[in-house]
Design a protein around this ligand. Structure first.
Ligand code: ADP
Length: 635
């Protein structure tokens, strides 16, 4: 049932078509016959069948094969019946007329057939061309739909023919946006084109209008413009476009492509800004700035650095001088630590050291850096000459030291006088009157109080002196041949005595004698500082390990704890005076002044040794120092 229903409409259409074809075929041929008959044109006009052929051809072209052949047959019959004698009869008197009639019929049918075939072929060609055009249009649409750039196609007047989804999303045009917003004038109004300096672009310079005037905006000719989305947000777009021309070269429309480059341009602007910032810093010559690789080869050096080290730029950049050559041996350890930090964290935190000038002099510097190219292991290092600051500090310390000395002398005298006054009051002949006794008591109490204050004052002055001595490397060391094994053993025993509840483990080398030239008291003080720190910062239930090792001509003393550990930056900074780590776990049991490690460093360096720490946050610390082994001439 369903099949029939589907077939019927097709058949009905065809039947109607056949009916119309039949009517036209009959009417066409009969009309010609009617004219010939009425005006008695046969046999006055020779080739009387030509009008029939024209009708057949016309029907073949317009209506197709069936109408043409039917009209040929109707023409043949009506000619025979109405025109060729005897009339109103299908018979013909003359054989030539009979033959002519059949020839006419064959020619008419052939003509109809040929004309219909030609029509069919042309139709097919048209259909193919149409299919091809449709396929190309579909391809183009698919390309436009897939593009991430916004595309708008307009007719010659600039009115919109097509916009792709990217165009609509770029310009915040929603599904339900009124299509009239895309009319040329409206569009140009809300887009509000401006150049990158923010100056408005005149209407006639709008990209689509330029394209419609025949301009091609492509490659180098594409333009960057600022515009608004339909919601008024700012965009930076790169615009390209071209006119669409017909076969005669006439402009019939234009296509314009918008690429959102807002992010890219912002990044470029930021990069330029950062580049400018860095350049101005480098060129200001306040700091020495260099780029070096991990092997110490220079890739860049500014004028300030050249001035600081005394080598020319050519000497530095040719590879003739390396970073290591500017390094003093005593800073090798700290430099290695800084390089380790930059390799692992990408940053070298500021630390102070000295470098070697070409003329052999030393200059104090503050140095910091960062890895700028991990692949090539290139570091940017900033160096600040701190000679001035150091000189000022030294002057300050000298002044402090002088002042402390000057203060100590009167304090000693005051103490002496108070002592004398107390002695005198003791020696005063007694008994005294009750009033005098009372006065004497009051005086003694006052003198004792004054004595306590003077004692506090004296201790403070002593501490100040110690710090300034430390700064000026003016420790008065009394160096003697010593056995470091004994110093370590005694110091550990003293600490164990002081902190009985704690577990201090000691690991000594097989040799019983490790000779050093040292101030035993000061070396003991250095180890004590390490030990008290370890006991202060490590958990009470964890052991502290003191180890003495001998490697070559160096004795190495280390103290390992299970405390909070230190970051790479903290490891560099703990040696500074008054530096204290401001982090949980670093408060310790009793708070110091941040001087202990600075004192250790000063003591060890006076002994021509080195200090250092290996640590990581949460993994404890190993503080160490080395002393050169001194084999006595007798030994
Ligand atoms: P302080 O008297 O404050 O301990 P130091 O110079 O001895 O001064 O130490 C400087 C800082 O280094 C300390 O404040 C502490 O934060 C840190 N520090 C020293 N030793 C250790 C350690 N063994 N474990 C963790 N942090 C330590």
């Amino acid at each position: 049932m369903r099949t029939i229903e589907r077939v019927v409409p097709i058949k009905r259409n065809q039947m109607l078509r056949y009916l119309l074809d039949s009517v036209l075929a009959c009417a066409g041929s009969l009309l010609v016959t009617g004219v010939l008959f009425v005006f008695q044109l046969y046999p006055r006009i020779p080739n009387i069948w030509i009008p029939y052929l024209l009708v057949v051809m016309g029907l073949a072209i317009v209506r197709g094969r069936y109408a043409a052949i039917l009209s040929a047959v109707v023409a043949f019959l009506s000619l025979d019946y109405f025109i060729i004698p005897p009339l109103y009869n299908v018979f013909v008197f003359r054989i030539e007329e009979e033959i002519a009639l059949f020839i006419f019929l064959s020619v008419a049918m052939l003509t109809g057939h040929l004309a219909a075939a030609l029509r069919e072929r042309e139709r097919q060609a048209n259909r193919q061309a149409e299919h091809g055009a449709q396929a190309r249009a579909r391809e183009l649409t698919a390309i436009f739909e897939a593009m991430t750039e916004g595309v708008i196609v307009c007719d010659a007047r600039g009115e919109v023919r097509y916009t792709n989804p990217a165009y609509r999303s770029l310009l915040a045009l929603e599904e339900d946006t009124d299509p009239s917003v895309l009319l040329l004038n409206h569009r140009i109004e809300w887009l509000a084109f401006r150049d990158l300096a923010g100056r408005p672009v005149p209407k006639e310079q709008a990209p689509m209008l330029r394209v419609l005037r025949g301009e091609r905006l492509s490659d180098t000719n594409s333009i960057d413009l600022m515009c608004h989305t339909h919601k008024g947000e700012d965009l930076i777009v790169n615009v390209s476009g071209a006119p669409i021309r017909d076969a005669a070269g006439q402009i019939i429309g234009g296509v314009v492509v918008f690429r959102d480059v807002t992010g890219q341009r912002h990044i470029e602007q930021q990069l330029q800004y950062s580049e400018r910032k860095l350049r101005s810093l480098v060129e200001s010559n306040i700091f020495g700035v260099v780029v070096v690789d991990i092997d110490g080869r220079f890739y860049e050096a500014n004028d300030r650095f050249v001035q600081m080290v005394g080598y020319s730029k050519e000497e530095l950049l040719s590879g003739a001088v390396t970073w290591q050559q500017l390094n003093l041996p005593e800073y090798q350890e700290v430099t290695a630590q800084a390089v380790g930090a930059v390799l692992s964290t990408g940053a070298m935190y500021p630390y102070e050291k000295e470098h070697l000038h070409k003329d052999g002099s030393r200059a104090p510097i503050l140095i910091a850096g960062a890895m700028i190219d991990h692949k090539r292991e290139l570091m940017l290092i900033v160096i600040l000459d701190i000679s001035e600051r150091k000189a000022a500090e030294r002057r300050k310390q000298e002044f402090l030291s002088m002042v402390s000395h000057e203060l100590r002398t009167p304090l000693t005298s005051i103490m002496g006088f108070i002592d004398l006054a107390l002695l005198c009051s003791d020696l005063f002949p007694r008994p005294l009157s009750p009033e005098a006794e009372k006065l004497m008591d009051k005086m003694e109490t006052g003198l004792k109080r004054a004595m306590r204050q003077v004692e506090i004052e004296t201790r403070l002055v002593e501490e100040l002196l110690e710090v300034s001595r430390l700064e000026l490397h003016k420790f008065e060391l009394s160096l003697h041949p010593e056995n470091i094994v004994t110093i370590v053993q005694e110091t550990v025993a003293n600490q164990q005595q002081a902190a009985r509840t704690r577990n201090i483990e000691l690991a000594l080398p097989p040799d019983e004698l490790v000779p050093v030239l040292a101030d035993a008291g000061r070396v003991g003080q250095a180890l004590t500082n390490y030990l008290t720190n370890a006991l202060k910062y490590a958990p009470v239930d964890q052991p502290v390990l003191v180890r003495l090792e001998v490697t070559g001509t160096v004795a190495r003393v280390s103290v390992r704890d299970q405390g909070p550990g230190l970051t790479a930056d903290q490891q560099l900074r703990v040696w500074e005076r008054f530096y204290q780590v401001a982090a949980p776990g670093h408060q310790g049991t009793d708070r110091g002044l941040g001087l202990g490690l600075a004192i250790v460093k000063a003591i060890v360096e006076q002994h021509h040794g080195q200090v250092g720490v290996q640590s990581a946050p949460g993994e404890g610390s190993t503080f160490w120092f080395t002393l050169p082994i001194e084999v006595s001439p007798q030994g």
